[in-house]
Design a protein around this ligand. Structure first.
Ligand SMILES: *Cc1c(COP(=O)(O)O)cnc(C)c1O
Length: 458
């Protein structure tokens, strides 16, 4: 019998692209806990959420019963400009590692935003436009989300106001200019354009900002401006839903060659790429049809899954957002200053948090020098210069492949390569100069974050 030869890249035809997103919450027995109104501590209704988010997105946020949701034609058209993304067989990496494992990665970096975030940005901009809004506000840290949203808003002719964490605004001027080129206005956060920004500046003069703080400013700007809503690039259920396109394409590509993965690996910041990548596989697992090992990888310096608490917490520093039940380090947590690898959000998607708590997936944390070592090794054999975030998944994929080398097992490993790292060269420079260090927070370091958790009995 001749063995089927798997190509370096498995592409799908346009006609094989998904026409529906998959909502894995519909197949979860234990549903993720609802968002709570911070004032009443009651679950947020669609009506309440619609004050902050676009109406259709608010509906998606609370929908935990509809398994498949139609991808509107306009969004599918946009997807076709940069999708399907390739599923690559990492033959060169396998050879370099001398492993019997078969390694595949789904590459989401082939668009100007450089990451998977465009998959949800275009959906969110579409629903905002359809609702007749003038524009949207958001925050961005490293800038990938802000860039993706700027591109999506330009496409639908919507105004886009981005609050960019001040340290990134200053250190990543090129990111900022990409956003402005797509027509967005970019404000360094904290700023004096919002009440919460002024308050934070007064309490912490000279602060270089944080994601949680930029979220508070963006929400305030949306709620206070007629015809605007707030959009978020990760963590939320709606974002995982849109990102299911990653997993659906991956599954379709694997099915074409009858490949069944043993291990699926993704990096986890707020959980959107991982949630999207695993969704159809987790769906089979939830229905008892298949079993897969699913591994979330997070930085040792921001270990929400591996050292966090599963509790209701604030999503932002200013405490203006709804409360989410999630694995969290507390909204007051800020990773140590030497952390360069992204994935610095204090919490985690409540859907993934529930799945993790139910033992349906694993999590590991890795140190940043090991992450950059894997990134460098990958770049040199596979050609792509990976984003530091994505490189967390590369690290664990390599580790699992090396285990196979010891045991002789021919496991099939699939990981998400979420983006490229061209705007992260300062971090690469540190690594190349041997100046990158690791810092694992002590229990003492984590305590203030945990102490900042609200007391919610639910
Ligand atoms: C934002 C981002 C991530 C992390 O976000 P998730 O919501 O956890 O997916 C990972 N990789 C890249 C390239 C990103 O831009």
């Amino acid at each position: 019998m001749s063995e089927t030869i798997i190509p370096y890249k498995i592409y799908l035809d346009e006609s094989e692209m998904p026409t529906k997103w998959y909502n894995m919450r519909a197949d979860m027995k234990n549903k993720p806990a609802p968002l709570l109104n911070p004032a009443t501590l009651e679950p947020m209704t669609v009506e309440e959420l619609s004050g902050v988010f676009c109406h259709e997105l608010a509906k998606q946020e609370v929908d935990d019963t509809t398994p498949y949701i139609e991808i509107p034609e306009e969004i599918r058209k946009f997807y076709k400009m940069y999708r399907p993304s390739p599923l690559v067989r990492a033959y060169c990496l396998e050879e370099k590692l001398q492993t019997p494992a078969k390694i595949y990665y789904k590459f989401e970096g082939n668009n100007t935003s450089g990451s998977h975030k465009l998959n949800s940005a275009i959906a969110q901009a579409y629903y905002a436009k359809k609702q007749g809004l003038k524009g949207v506000t958001t925050e961005t840290g490293a800038g990938q989300w802000g860039t993706a949203l700027s591109m999506a808003c330009a496409y639908f002719d919507l105004d886009c106001k981005v609050y960019m964490v001040k340290v990134s605004y200053e250190q990543k001027p090129f990111r900022r200019e990409v956003m402005r080129t797509y027509g967005a206005s970019v404000t360094p956060s904290p700023s004096d354009t919002t009440e919460v920004g002024k308050k934070i500046l007064k309490e912490h003069p000279g602060t270089t900002g944080s994601l949680g703080c930029a979220i508070s400013e963006a929400v305030e700007a949306a709620v206070g401006t007629e015809g605007y809503r707030y959009v978020l690039g990760s963590v939320l259920n709606q974002v995982l839903l849109h990102q299911s396109v990653i997993g659906l394409e991956t599954k379709a590509a694997l099915d074409k060659y009858n490949i069944v993965p043993d291990i699926i690996i993704g990096c986890a910041g707020g959980g959107s790429n991982l949630g999207g990548l695993i969704s159809p596989f987790m769906g089979e697992k939830l229905k008892g049809e298949k079993n897969y090992r699913i591994i979330a990888v997070e930085p040792a310096s921001c270990p929400s899954f591996t050292r966090g608490k599963f509790a209701y917490d604030f999503c932002d520093t200013g405490k203006v957002c709804p409360l989410a039940k999630m694995y969290t380090l507390g909204s007051g947590f800020i990773p140590s200053a030497n952390h360069a690898g992204g994935l610095r959000y204090h919490g985690m998607s409540s859907t993934l948090s529930q799945l993790y708590d139910d033992g349906l997936m694993e999590a590991v944390s890795v140190e940043q020098t090991a992450v950059f070592e894997a990134a460098t090794q990958f770049a040199r054999v596979e050609g792509i210069l990976p984003a530091p975030e994505s490189s967390h998944a590369i690290r664990v994929a390599i580790d699992e492949a090396l285990k196979c080398k010891e045991t002789g097992e021919e496991k099939t490993i699939v990981f998400g390569l979420t983006g490229t790292g061209y705007f992260d060269m300062v971090a690469y420079q540190k690594y190349n100069d041997g100046e990158m260090s690791d810092y694992i927070p002590t229990d003492e370091d984590l305590k203030p974050g945990f102490d900042s958790l609200p007391n919610v009995n639910r």
